[in-house]
Design a protein around this ligand. Structure first.
Ligand code: IMP
Ligand code: MG
Length: 206
C-alpha cells in the first residue's frame, strides 16, 4: 500500500522556482522589494527562490495564527508579529506556500494595504483554485493543483513532512474506517498513514 503519491517532483520544483526567480528579477528590476514570507510553510520555497534572484531585496517574515491542525479551521486569522515589519512605501512581495480558500492572503493583503505598502504582489508555490472562497490576486504561481491535501517542501500535516523534497498528496488509511476526511478534502488526523522514510513511487512506477 502506498503512503502517499508524488504530485510534483524535486526536479520539477527546482526548474519552476528558477523560472519564477528570473521573472521576479526582471519585473522588479531597479527596485528593492520587501519579500515577506508566511511562516512556516513557505520557508523552503523562500530559501530556494531568493537564491535565484539577481536583484537587491530584503526579507522578512510574518507568523499567522495557525488555522489548520488537521481538523477544524480556526474562525479567525490573526497576525502574531506583523507590527515588526514596516511596509510603508515598500514594494511588498508576499511569498506563500499554497493558496487554498484565499482567506489567509486576503487578510495579509488588507493589513499591508492599511499600513501603506506602495505595491503588493503575491507569489505562491501552489494554487488550489477550486478551493477558493474569496478573490485574491496571484501574480506568480508555481503549480496549480487539484483540491487535495498536500505535504512536503515546507508544507505540513500536523507539523510533519515539511522536510520532503517533493510535493506529495497525503493519503488516508484504507484500513481505518470509511476513509472520509474533512469536508474540504483535508485528511483526518486519525486516518493518515505516516509517510515512510523512503520516497514513495509515482503511480504506475515499479
Ligand atoms: P487559505 O487561507 O485557505 O488560502 O489557507 C492557506 C494556508 O492553509 C496555507 O498557507 C497552508 O498553511 C494551509 N494549507 C492549505 N492547503 C494545504 C495543504 O494541502 N497542505 C498543507 N497546508 C495547507
Ligand atoms: Mg502557509
Amino acid at each position: 500500500m502506498k503512503d502517499c503519491r508524488i504530485l510534483i517532483t524535486d526536479r520539477e520544483i527546482e526548474a519552476r522556482v528558477a523560472e519564477i526567480a528570473e521573472l521576479i528579477s526582471s519585473d522588479y528590476d531597479g527596485r528593492n522589494p520587501l519579500i515577506v514570507s508566511l511562516l512556516k510553510g513557505a520557508f523552503i520555497f523562500l530559501a530556494d527562490l531568493v537564491r535565484g534572484l539577481t536583484i537587491p531585496h530584503e526579507i522578512d517574515f510574518v507568523t499567522l495564527s495557525s488555522y489548520r491542525n488537521g481538523q477544524e479551521r480556526s474562525p479567525r486569522i490573526e497576525f502574531l508579529d506583523h507590527m515588526r515589519i514596516d511596509v510603508r512605501d515598500r514594494d511588498v512581495l508576499i511569498i506563500e506556500d499554497i493558496v487554498d480558500t484565499g482567506h489567509t492572503l486576503l487578510s495579509i493583503i488588507d493589513t499591508f494595504r492599511e499600513y501603506g505598502a506602495r505595491s503588493i504582489r503575491v507569489c505562491t508555490l501552489l494554487d488550489k483554485p477550486e478551493a477558493r472562497e474569496v478573490d485574491v490576486p496571484v501574480h506568480y504561481r508555481g503549480f496549480t493543483i487539484p483540491c487535495v491535501f498536500v505535504v512536503g517542501y515546507g508544507l505540513d500535516f500536523m507539523e510533519q513532512y515539511r522536510n520532503l523534497s517533493y510535493i506529495a498528496e497525503l493519503s488516508r488509511s484504507r484500513t481505518a474506517g470509511d476513509g472520509a476526511g474533512g469536508a474540504d478534502g483535508s485528511p483526518d488526523a486519525a486516518r493518515v498513514v505516516p509517510v515512510s522514510v523512503h520516497p514513495p513511487r509515482r503511480d504506475g512506477e515499479t
